[in-house]
Design a binder for this molecule. Sequence first.
Ligand code: ADP
Ligand code: MG
Ligand code: MG
Ligand code: MG
Ligand code: MG
Ligand code: MG
Length: 702
Amino acid sequence: MGLLSLGTPLPWIEGRKYADHVRSHGITQFLHIWDRLKNRQGDELLWGDEVEYMVVCFDDETKTARLSLRQSEILQKLANVVADLEASNDVPAEFNAVPLFHPEYGRYMLESTPGAPYTGSLQDLLSVEGNMRYRRKLARRYLKPHEIPLTVTSFPRLGAPGIFTEPYYDPRNAVASHSLFLPQEITNPHARFPTLTANIRERRGSKVAINLPIFFDTKTPKPFIDPTIPWDRRVYLEDEEAKNGAALVDHIYMDAMGFGMGCCCLQLTFQACNVTEARRVYDALIPIGPIMLALTAASPAWRGYLADVDCRWNVIAGSVDDRTEEERGLKPLEENKFRISKSRYDSVDSYISVDWRNRREYNDNPLPYDPAIYDRLCNHGIDDLLAKHIAHLFIRDPLVVFTEMIDQDDTISSDHFENLQSTNWQTLRFKPPPPKSSIGWRVEFRSMEVQITDFENAAFSMFIVLLSRAILSLGLNFYIPISKVDINMDRAQKRDAVNQQKFYFRKDILAPGRTIEFPYTDPVTSSAPCGCNGSLNTATPSVNGTNGSASANDSSPSPPCSERSLPSHRDNILRNCFPDVEPPPLLERPPVEDEYQEISINEIINGKGGLLNNSTDGYPGLMGVVNAYVNSLDVETQVKDRIGRYLDLIKRRADGTLITAATWIRNFVRAHPGYKFDSVISEEINYDLLKAIDEVCAIIVV
Ligand code: ADP
Ligand code: MG
Ligand code: MG
Ligand code: MG
Ligand code: MG
Ligand code: MG
């Protein structure tokens, strides 16, 4: 969740009146940022993770595991602890700052981030696991004895009959969501969250409706008509929706934002050296989103049942789907302006890089956008791709408007812009620099499910940061038509997708004429400038343009990237600003349909053909290029080995020798003596499962 504004949030009927105001000023604010920072150059690689936890309250006597709703108290405590640590300088030497803890949608959730972003140093890279463990330890230390922060993606009995929170609250009181299953108190009490929940429901004109296919076990009744739905409840008008078609046969039905936004995930944010590089990394990671979703799959259990899917994605997408019937194409357009094919939480809709690799044909999804906003952006000199991206985000309405925030100084605020930007929850987020800060252009990678252990969370973080460097260093190309990425998103969520599904992936991922061998010895020789005149991790960034931010000045110009000591990489630093490779002559480009194939995740990650080159029978795989990049860093074997330990996890997940958390959870439930092979996860199974998860963590964390 982004920053929490303070103030009085307007109910939908009032807030909607300001939609155009917020959009119009949001664009003005973006244009101010753009004018100031479009030429900002030379930002170093800074990056960071976000890890989300559920605080689970165990009762070993009654064998129950419930969600603790003490978020506010816990965060308050952690804030004090963090301040104390800072004051007493009691932070382990390897971390440059005390970790941060943030609120999240669920009142049982916590989010932690490193106290300051990691730099590109290998030392920082190798400190990620320790940093995550330290955060977990801190959180643990300030909870009650029976409360444990667990990194599980979905809570198996959230919304199941009986008691699943501590303390108990009745769902009849769900005044914001009108849910049949989740009480009001499941939601963070900060006014933003209940308002968001209610306004989504009101804008949509009904409750959200999520239906996950049930996992048919040997004794699951067929057809499956869920006996746990209070079909005949009459508390809210929407109670009738379930029996009037919203709840599907053979599915697990969920009807509230909390089912999705109450899930935990692992996110990563990278700073790019300039806006062009940010757009390139953003695009390159789009096709990676579904692959990593499948590899991190961790959520097979929902509302007390095993589902036939392993991931949270469609649940969250459905849980904030505020589109009206008109927008969903169920009625002719009258009140609304656009038909919209996806929820505001979904996979990315368009590539935005201006780099030569990005062929026009790849953006093959319908992309409704606001033409007036598009024109405004274009008239301001913004290119077609970025203008469409922003004008597409801005087809949505602002969901929460605070009265105190309606009038802003657009030259220094980005609040209206962020109102739309931060409620478009896509697999990747392109983050412009916030005003009044020294932060540069960033990209956030958002598809991954959180892993049970910090070792795994660190491994996936490392893999993605190294892959992002390999993309830049080796000039990699992952483009496939974006409609194929969407198909991959659907496949990624299926049960055991890693082993059972094939995915669309690009055949030639290397730069033209490039081959990869082990050990990687082929240095980047191109001297084509990347447009960056910036610096390595030592100097301050420079800003070309008016009104540069205070900490960014033009002092000590460093040589352009192309003149630096690349490719030696001898300073052991992961960098931004690699010189780009030349495009091939246009004539040589094959039809788009010939550029991709359907292959397994094992092949996508580990390569195929045994030959580590790009010939037709060999394909290096993402691990091949990551290894090539790591080898190019010319680091000691010992460091390489340490990185290798983490990368091994991804390698082995991909080849099926290690199972995903989703498979592990499914197997655990099915092997439990209390399981009746009817897809039901009882309180006892839930308790034993979460206990086991805690034990796994404890063993590995020691
Ligand atoms: P949000 O909730 O908006 O996605 P958070 O503030 O929770 O963002 O997390 C952002 C992550 O980005 C954190 O891990 C943080 O350490 C990291 N970060 C902070 N500053 C930078 C920066 N300049 N460049 C890259 N990452 C950064
Ligand atoms: Mg979060
Ligand atoms: Mg966050
Ligand atoms: Mg934030
Ligand atoms: Mg985030
Ligand atoms: Mg979809």
